[in-house]
Design a protein around this ligand. Structure first.
Ligand code: AMP
Length: 574
């Protein structure tokens, strides 16, 4: 919290951040918040989604604006999804400030928007087309805005919205502050900024949201089954040496004590632990006296260990930046590593967001089952026995062995061995050590469906490998099926396939037209079922007998080589 305070945020806001669970500002927040708060200059911020950019402009807006029922700030974003995301984030940060925020995007009932606008609003978050629509109808007045914010400006350029932005810009007063957020800074965006901005500060983050070669997988588990899943992961490994990331101190304490009770060598780290204790724990961890460290993000910062085999996201990281930091702790110095993220059904969307922003294919696998764990343990025991025999250091036991065999002459060697193994390992190999894990899959799918209310997600059997980008895909579909470009949203391009979202009516139109345009034997565009939705995974590959790999590719393919060459056979694919 201290670091948030240093940026100039009020005590009230700090309280809200605490409740929200933000512990420290992200890089872009550190750069941008003080500039906006001090009214120094306009801002160009080069930051990806996932780096906390919404709070970077949202928090100063909350500090500066009061509810007066007049539009004081307008935020333009390229897609409905982003508009909703930005609104949700600002609403969650506004605390006791009663600011009214309204969303304006195509596809949503214009009547609802009109009603909300008539009631009076303080902040408008919208997509360019629908904002212009309201400006033309005279139902939106932005002549007195104090803040004009462009979010994902480069995406807007790709989607052909820059002319629209200029139209909106011209309806705003001269003496406003302008903030432009963009992951990249192409010339046209820079020119736009120079034409419409006064003196500006250019803030650029160093963090690159790309992941290293760690194998990345996720398990769907209910909250109450997480501890069981964690113990199964630790048990199935020949060697487990890793960090388990939790969201809260309470969670760290709880898991540490439960695992200790079960006999694991673990320790916990969080902000309330004294420096002396922290140092002791780190020393024991580095020496591998404890093999599992349970920690919060902040407490794990600065831990410098190269040979971790695992990072477990027991709680999903709060943002993609944290995900990248966490998993970057394994797979270092040329060593293999596995990052496993636990996902509860309600966190599905968050996972999709992390995958998208980090351009990473996090694969769904199943929590190890009990039979596999037992056979893995047996393999381990057999290997140990073999090594021990090789070492030839059992002389002290040979006489004893002879006498056991002699006193059991009526029994076979197998009978005798079995008895010894049972006595030595029976407890460890008891299936009853494990609890049942409840499947969660159905619930996850249902949630996905709700998200698409009123719209259809379409699957296009071509992606970036066919030189398709957002703009060209929108233009292609719009032209062929004669639908408005503005209704094609949430474009998600992968290497060999893509997704778009459109209202039902247009979806039908597109599917009709494309029923005749084929990719192989199937239509080029089909309705995406929930399983092959961009968040959900790959049923289509199974349906069509394609190799899974043909679906893995994201544009930058930053993680492909590493991930796919090193599949961890212990976790079964879904
Ligand atoms: P954005 O880049 O604005 O899309 O934010 C991505 C995610 O990061 C959102 O879920 C935010 O709630 C979260 N987030 C933003 N700032 C912080 C912070 N300082 N600490 C933790 N999470 C954050």
């Amino acid at each position: 919290m201290e670091n948030f305070k240093k940026l100039g945020l009020s005590a009230k806001t700090l309280e809200t951040l605490k409740i929200k669970g933000f512990e420290e500002p992200t890089e872009i927040q550190e750069l941008v918040i003080p500039v906006i708060l001090k009214d120094e200059t306009d801002v160009i911020a080069q930051a990806q989604t996932g780096t906390g950019k919404t709070a970077a402009f949202g928090l100063p807006l909350i500090e500066k604006l009061k509810k007066i029922g007049k539009v004081q700030a307008i935020i333009i974003a390229p897609t409905r999804e982003l508009v909703l995301q930005v609104t949700e984030e600002i609403n969650s940060l506004k605390g006791s400030n009663k600011l009214d925020i309204v969303t304006i995007y195509g596809g949503q009932s214009i009547d609802i928007q009109l009603k909300r606008l008539r009631r009076g609003v303080d902040i408008v978050v919208g997509t360019p087309g629908r904002v212009i629509d309201h400006l033309n109808r005279g139902t939106l007045n932005i002549s007195e805005v104090k803040y004009f914010i462009l979010d994902e400006a480069d995406e807007m350029l790709n989607m052909g919205f820059l002319d629209d932005i200029e139209i909106i810009f011209k309806k705003t007063p001269k003496d406003k502050r302008v903030m432009l957020f963009s992951a990249t800074m192409p010339d046209r965006i820079r020119r736009l900024a120079e034409n419409y901005m006064g003196k500006y500060t250019h803030a650029k983050t160093k963090t690159k949201l790309t992941t290293n070669l760690t194998e990345q997988i996720y398990f769907e588990v209910n909250g109450r089954d997480k501890l069981e899943a964690l113990t199964r992961i630790i048990d199935i490994e020949t060697k487990f040496y890793g960090i388990v990331f939790c969201r809260t101190k309470v969670e760290v304490d709880e898991i540490t004590s439960k695992l200790t009770e079960k006999g694991y060598f673990v320790d916990g780290l969080h902000g309330d632990i004294s420096q002396a204790q922290r140092e002791r724990t780190l020393k024991r961890f580095k020496q591998e006296i404890i093999s599992v460290l349970i920690a919060t993000d902040v407490a794990a910062r600065g831990i410098d260990v190269d040979n971790l085999t695992h990072v477990i996201n027991y709680s999903i990281p709060q943002n993609p930046e944290a995900y990248v930091h966490r998993i970057g702790r394994t797979g270092r110095a040329g060593k293999k590593g596995t990052a496993i993220t636990f996902i509860t059904p309600s966190e599905f969307r968050k996972l999709g967001f992390i995958k998208k922003v980090t351009n990473t294919d996090i694969k769904k696998e199943e929590v190890p089952n009990i039979k596999d764990i037992i056979s893995s343990k047996k393999e381990k025991i057999e290997a140990d026995i073999k090594d021990n025999i090789q070492e030839n250091k059992n002389k002290a036991y040979v006489e004893w062995a002879k006498s056991i065999i002699k006193s059991n002459e009526d029994k076979t060697t197998e009978d005798i061995m079995a008895s010894i193994l049972k006595l030595a390992y029976g407890k460890e190999l008891n299936e009853g050590n494990y609890n049942k894990i409840k499947p969660v899959r159905e619930r996850g799918e249902k949630r996905e469906k709700i998200k698409l209310n009123g719209k259809s997600r379409l699957f296009i059997a071509k992606g970036s490998s066919a030189s398709i980008d957002t703009k060209s895909l929108i233009e292609f579909i719009a032209k062929k099926a004669n639908v408005s470009k503005k209704l094609i949203e949430d474009v998600d391009i992968h290497e060999n396939f893509s997704f778009v979202t459109v209202p039902f009516k247009e979806a039908k139109q597109i599917l009709d037209v494309f029923s005749k345009v084929k990719a192989g034997k199937k239509p080029l565009i089909e309705e995406a079922n929930q399983k092959r939705n961009s968040n959900g995974g790959n049923s289509r590959d199974r349906n069509r007998g394609r190799s899974r790999d043909s679906y893995k590719g994201n544009k930058g393919s930053k993680t492909e080589g590493g991930n796919n060459n090193r599949r961890n056979s212990k976790y079964r694919k879904k």
